[in-house]
Design a protein around this ligand. Structure first.
Ligand code: DSN
Length: 416
């Protein structure tokens, strides 16, 4: 394993080895993370990192593209076929640059744009004030209802009719419920806005048929490739033919230089994997695990935003447990369960010390865990929160050992 690296740079090699073991021994429940396959790892860690390829297939500014062009064309063709779209651009470096390219393609600075507020479950790049998208555009923001934790489409429609945004973003980072793409599309059509579906979190579920698709509803689709889609860290923009030129021009030369060809190769491999029947089984299992986990956590007295989940993600409101999200996340990390603290809608606490905990099932499903294991996972979460309230580090260490023991039976892609 990694003989050259071990010899050339033992310090870096040791850190990678240690992180590999940490990922193996930890119940990784950050909703946006996953384990890529050995095939994706190999494509990503290839000599393609040596090559510059500014431009697009057939129209590059550097020579030596005879293998890069068909590679990027393959990734594009697989994305188009998997998501049923006219056009795909596989070059954005990650989700935020992809979303910035959407603004560059479709709006002018100062234009009104609309998206879900970050504390309600949206993303920074959907117009939140500290993001360039909130600073350079006139962003108006919608949320979820306080009583249901779900999007209120009357509010979205009223806001859109009043503000007449050029772009409406739907999707986000902490949304446990199905996104109603047709309803958003209806509102966008009524006000003459372009609907952009940010499917970063749910792309793999859509590919596997476990969440409805925005294709045919949203004119532009933005996604990262490394969450439920289980590819390398990267992003894609997909759209109708009518926006294809503007989107491509915005990505390059508008925002970026040369594409990361090693990432393009990893994306192509991941898209190939996601088109297999086994990936549909995976996507359904991610949702089944989330359902089972939600039921078990409710039995332990946890409060879930919106009362449950339709997808891969659960947002726990810990207010009733008398603990903040941050101390809970830190205790869980010591207990071998990796999560992130998160705001909940209408949070009364600060973003750096919020009331919520965001958890998800994509990574543990890749390891092979099933709904049968979810009551045990919920029990560990509950025990860890109780231990945190008593500052009982020894109890957290006991849980970590139990987690390690369970996970030793489940191989980790890229390690085993
Ligand atoms: N960092 C991503 C997430 O965790 O959802 C959003 O950009």
């Amino acid at each position: 394993m990694r003989v050259a690296l071990e010899q050339a740079d033992p310090q870096v090699a040791a850190l990678i080895r240690a992180e590999t073991e940490r990922q193996h021994d930890t119940l990784r429940m950050i909703a946006s993370e996953n384990y890529v396959s050995q095939a994706v790892l190999e494509a990503t860690g290839s000599v393609l990192t040596n090559k510059y390829s500014e431009g697009y297939p057939g129209k590059r500014y550097y020579e030596g593209q005879r293998f890069i062009d068909p590679l990027e064309e393959l990734a594009i063709a697989r994305a188009r076929s998997l998501f049923g779209v006219d056009h795909a651009n596989v070059q954005p470096y990650s989700g935020s640059p992809a979303n910035l390219a959407v603004y560059l393609a479709l709006a002018q600075p100062g234009d009104t744009v609309m998206g879900m507020a970050l504390p309600m479950g949206g993303h920074l790049t959907h117009g939140w004030p500290v993001s360039a998208t909130g600073a350079w555009f006139r962003a108006v923001q919608y949320g979820v209802r306080r009583d249901t934790g779900r999007v209120d489409f009357d509010e979205v429609r009223d806001l859109a009719l009043r503000e007449r945004p050029k772009i409406i973003f739907c999707g986000g980072t902490a949304l446990p419920r199905t996104i109603d793409f047709p309803r958003f599309a209806e509102i966008a059509r009524e006000v003459g806005a372009v609907l952009v579906a940010d499917i970063a979190h749910i792309a793999g579920l859509i590919a596997g048929g476990a969440h409805p698709s925005p294709a045919g509803h949203a004119e532009v689709i933005s996604t990262t490739t490394h969450k439920t889609l289980r590819g390398p860290r990267g992003a894609m923009l997909m759209c109708d033919e009518r926006h294809a030129k503007a989107i491509d021009k915005a990505v390059f030369p508008g925002l970026q230089g040369g594409p990361h060809n090693h990432t393009t190769a990893g994306i192509a491999v991941a898209l190939g994997e996601a088109s297999q029947p086994s990936f549909s089984v995976y996507a359904q299992q991610v949702v089944a695990n989330a359902h089972a986990l939600a039921s078990a956590l409710l039995e332990h007295g946890f409060d879930l935003v919106s009362g449950g989940t339709d997808n891969h993600l659960l947002l726990l409101d810990l207010t009733g447990k008398s603990i903040g999200g941050k101390p809970a996340a830190k205790a869980l990390d010591r207990a071998g369960i990796e999560t992130n603290y998160n705001t909940v809608p209408y949070d009364t606490r600060k973003p750096f010390d919020p009331s919520g905990l965001r958890i998800g099932t994509p990574a543990l499903t890749t390891r092979g865990l099933t709904p049968a294991e979810m009551p045990q996972v919920a029990t560990w979460i509950s025990r860890a929160v109780d231990a945190a309230l008593k500052s009982d580090d020894a109890a957290l260490d006991v849980i970590a050992a139990e987690v390690r023991e369970l996970l030793s039976a489940y191989p980790m892609p890229g390690r085993d």
